[in-house]
Design a protein around this ligand. Sequence first.
Ligand code: PXL
Length: 290
Amino acid sequence: MRNSVPRVAAIHDLSGFGRASLTVVIPILSSMGIQVCPLPTAVLSSHSAYKDLHAIDLTDELQPMIDHWKRLNLDFDAIYSGYLGSAGQVDTVKQFIHDFSGNQPLVVVDPVLGDNGALYSAYTPAMVDKMKELVTLADVITPNLTEAAFLLGEVHQPEIELSEIKQWARRLAEMGPNKVIITSVPDQMKNNNTSVVAFNQTDNRFWRVSCDYIPAHYPGTGDAFASVMVGSLLQGDSLPIALDRAVQFIALGVRATFGHNGRATEGILLEKVLPSLNAPVQMSSYQLLD
Ligand code: PXL
């Protein structure tokens, strides 16, 4: 039975400063009418783009917390994982997906590993190997171009052609997930705008949504993108409409932020654009690819 308010188990870290992970996931999903139950993988003073941060790894705490949820007989409409505190946590998350499969939740794995061709500072190749295992259990994955390359053992190519990205998406779907959504894909047809390319294995269709490039990089936008996807899919939207909503939300957030003089490491000014998640889809711009 579905919960009267859709309920998500959100397996991400809590970074106190910098608008990433749970501080992005919770407000977005709450604004979309989804109950978020966080299972924090680590507590950090800030996300890892800041130096000298203080981090507490919660690897040994996850299972006792999960055991309590089992005693409470909880069920979830979605299980959504992101940044993990250690490679060892993957086995716990795999077991969690298995143990909470009764309600047939939508399993969304954002395989957070890195960006711009490099792994995040706390991660090692061991995390890449374990993340390859985790994606096999997902229905939906949302890697950026860097993460897609790591998962496939390919070299990161910032200028990758569309035909190759489609092959990458198919190969990622062969690993297990039914829907593969690759972000930060350059769109050569549109002056190297950035785009999102998605493959739905069920109907063998590819979709693309492009948006204008803005010369700034904000941490946490991958978390915001995947969170809007989760909320939209749980609200019953189609894959291309969910893509449109997620891309539009990030574009709006980036534009709301870019004109200010704040530091990019603080992330997009999420609080200014959250209300837009309740508006009907403004303009749909998705394309079906050949
Ligand atoms: O946005 C992904 C993310 C999540 N959590 C932490 C991070 C990052 C990216 O830098 O450092 C702690």
